[in-house]
Design a protein around this ligand. Structure first.
Ligand SMILES: NC(=O)c1ccc[n+]([C@@H]2O[C@H](COP(=O)([O-])OP(=O)(O)OC[C@H]3O[C@@H](n4cnc5c(N)ncnc54)[C@H](OP(=O)(O)O)[C@@H]3O)[C@@H](O)[C@H]2O)c1
Length: 273
């Protein structure tokens, strides 16, 4: 049976060092979260960020705008928080309604305050030796593997999913860690033979329990990024745990795996020097 890699355990172990960093700042830092509309998934993610932020002693300022808000209004809010020295991080919660230009809004955030790591400047840092904020899920996966002493350099890492938010930055972050990276997507042929060949398999597709026993092999470390509801309304990942757990070496659960790692990584980004 697989070892379960518990993101909750790693998150709890990291809390203390973040609290020490906050104490050294002398006053609590502020994180601003800008939300447009009232999507239930966004509400759930923001609640988790607020909960952990408050536990750590961070001021989380949650601004909610109507779904039909004008882009210029949001841009001027972002500019205001860019200039505000008490604000250390700004998040624009995505997805946004279709009338808003996501890239323009994200790009308006000062790279130093872009704790989601989605601006061009922070993305570019993943291509180079420069330092920048690594997108939280990518950072969270690497932190979790290191915590459990799972070596990355030289390993065959297969990432299924190539989104701007998860798949692509995770691929670049693992390349920076000297893994040999393959990125798969909907048009990938023979997906199961590619995933079975991985040492570390990372799945971020948003397709409930898509990865079954046919996609994995013994000795693998399997990371499930997916957060989905199945037909019965239960929270499940992209991996069918009951199928995969008896075969692989290690596996992240859903919930309690990469979700908590993403949230703690966001605060690590916020508190980085
Ligand atoms: N744990 C966390 O903290 C966290 C954070 C963010 C997201 N998530 C979850 O992670 C999942 C993915 O999120 P996302 O934002 O990356 O999703 P996304 O933007 O919808 O991207 C999904 C990616 O998966 C690929 N894909 C979908 N079905 C596939 C299939 N059957 N075979 C191969 N590739 C397939 C797509 O390929 P194409 O490019 O070819 O369309 C796309 O690249 C969701 O469940 C989301 O809720 C979790």
């Amino acid at each position: 049976m697989a070892v379960i890699l518990k993101g909750t355990e790693v998150r709890d172990a990291l809390k203390k060092s973040l609290q020490e960093k906050i104490a050294k700042l002398g006053k609590p830092p502020t994180l601003v979260i800008i939300q447009v509309g009232d999507r239930p998934d966004s509400n759930a993610y923001i609640t988790q960020k607020k909960r952990l932020g408050e536990e750590l002693g961070i001021i989380v300022h949650h601004r909610v705008f109507d779904t039909d808000v004008a882009e210029e209004v949001l841009l001027s809010e972002i500019q205001k928080y860019n200039k505000d020295e008490t604000v250390r991080g700004i998040i624009v919660q995505i997805p946004l309604p279709p009338h808003l230009n996501k890239d323009r809004l994200l790009e308006a955030i000062l790279p130093a305050k872009d704790v989601d790591g989605l601006t061009a400047r922070n993305t570019h840092a993943l291509f180079t030796e420069q330092t920048g904020h690594i997108p939280a899920t990518a950072r969270g996966i690497i932190t979790l593997l290191k915590f459990y002493n799972i070596h990355i350099a030289g390993k065959k890492v297969v990432i299924v999913g190539r989104s701007h938010l998860v798949g692509k930055p995770t691929a670049l972050a693992f390349l920076k860690e000297n893994a040999t990276v393959t990125v798969a997507h909907k048009q990938t042929k023979n997906l199961a033979s590619i995933t079975r060949d991985a040492d570390i398999l990372i799945v971020a597709i948003g397709n409930p329990e898509f990865i079954t026993k046919d996609f994995v092999s013994p000795g693998q470390v399997v990371i499930d990024v997916g957060i989905n509801k199945n037909k019965e309304g239960k929270l499940v990942g992209d991996i069918k745990r009951s199928d995969v757990e008896p075969i692989v070496k290690a596996l992240t659960p859903v919930p309690g795996g990469i979700g908590p790692m993403t949230v703690i990584s966001l605060f690590q980004n916020l508190l980085d020097e």
